[in-house]
Design a protein around this ligand. Structure first.
Ligand SMILES: C[S@@+](CC[C@H](N)C(=O)[O-])C[C@H]1O[C@@H](n2cnc3c(N)ncnc32)[C@H](O)[C@@H]1O
Length: 220
């Protein structure tokens, strides 16, 4: 089964993110504004609350945030006591902003710039993690104006390489439904659960604005 690709947008380009985080750095310096938290703070706290409820997840588990942006999810996890945190983004400006925010809040979070489409390099440089987290990055990659399908697949290969047999992949998307994610991820991942998100009803059908799902790695 296949899915229809999304129309390309500037959100799928590095130029867009470099420019956007450059503006956010200036806003942070001038007004202390940390910038955009994609899909709002509630999406972030739903994921954090889900993690906190899992008895098998201790505060020293390794967590990578893929396409971390300003790093606010990691900031909140650090405040909850998580100590083994890495944020990765291909925009140097995002990493600069995230590092400055963490430093100002005296929180110990590692950040690294890397292109998550470069599976081989990521595998060599990053290692494996107990939790691989993504909010909005798979979405951004899906919006690449050129070869989005190949890029989505390269990204999912990177995610797969950063996981071991017990790792969790937590994915929050506003562009793809649960059914579409299940089709796209079926080759490499198995659904563990959905993190409930608010739903709306229209014309007798129920839908969600965002989808948050947890996957494990398919062991072949
Ligand atoms: C919608 S933003 C989400 C930011 C953050 N996760 C959040 O929830 O606020 C998408 C992020 O993915 C990053 N990104 C997009 N493509 C990437 C790639 N190939 N490698 C690394 N980061 C990427 C962008 O720079 C941007 O920070």
């Amino acid at each position: 089964m296949s899915i229809d690709e999304l129309s390309g947008s500037e959100l799928g380009t590095k130029t867009y993110w470099d420019r956007s985080y450059n503006e956010e750095i200036a806003n942070y310096k001038n007004h202390g504004d940390v910038g955009t938290i994609w899909f709002d703070e509630d999406s972030q706290f739903r994921v954090i609350n889900w993690i906190l409820k899992q008895e098998t997840i201790s505060s020293d588990v390794s967590i990578i945030d893929m396409g971390c942006g300003n790093g606010m999810l990691l900031i909140e996890l650090a405040r909850e006591g998580f100590s083994n945190l890495l944020g990765v983004d291909y925009s140097e400006n995002a990493i600069k902003l995230a590092k400055q925010i963490a430093k100002d809040q005296e929180l110990n979070i590692r950040y690294q710039s890397a292109d998550l489409l470069n599976t081989k390099l990521c595998q060599q440089q990053l290692g494996t993690f107990s939790i691989v987290h993504d909010k909005g990055t798979y979405d951004a990659i899906s919006l690449c104006p050129e070869n989005p399908k190949e890029k989505r697949e390269a990204y999912l290969s990177t995610v797969n390489c950063l996981m071991n047999e017990n790792s969790l992949f937590i994915l929050t998307s506003c562009n793809w439904t649960e059914d579409e994610l299940l089709i796209s991820l079926a080759d490499k991942f198995i659904k563990k659960c959905c993190i409930p998100t608010p739903t709306f009803k229209f014309g007798g059908k129920t839908g969600s604005v965002v989808t948050s799902m947890v996957f494990t790695k398919k062991i072949i």
